[in-house]
Design a protein around this ligand. Structure first.
Ligand SMILES: [Cu+2]
Length: 99
């Protein structure tokens, strides 16, 4: 989350907006809050789960300077947002690695 993400006028918040990752190569994702306001990483479908890592989504707010990380072990595509700032959206596409 970049500086100024809490402003609805700002186009960029979750950067990059779309993350495409491949299982077994780069399936560990870290969100870093570089803004001055707390944010969340909340899946649009709140029941989203990985069978190994469990429920996806930050347990509370991610404070400025803090991180939320998650390891994906299954292919999935989904959208997520920030609960207090619903205009902040992002998308993840997790696919099987192609060697
Ligand atoms: Cu936010």
């Amino acid at each position: 989350m970049i500086l100024g993400s809490s402003s609805p006028e700002q186009q960029d918040n979750f950067v990059p907006k779309l993350v495409n990752i491949q299982l077994g190569i780069d399936n560990h994702i870290i969100w870093t809050n570089k803004d001055s306001t707390p944010h969340t990483v909340t899946p649009d479908d709140e029941s989203l789960e990985d069978s190994y890592s469990g429920k996806f989504g930050s347990p509370g707010v991610v404070k400025p300077g803090e991180t939320y990380e998650f390891t994906f072990t299954e292919p999935i595509t989904f959208s997520y947002h920030c609960a207090p700032h619903p205009w902040m959206t992002g998308k993840l596409e997790i696919t099987e690695a192609r060697f």
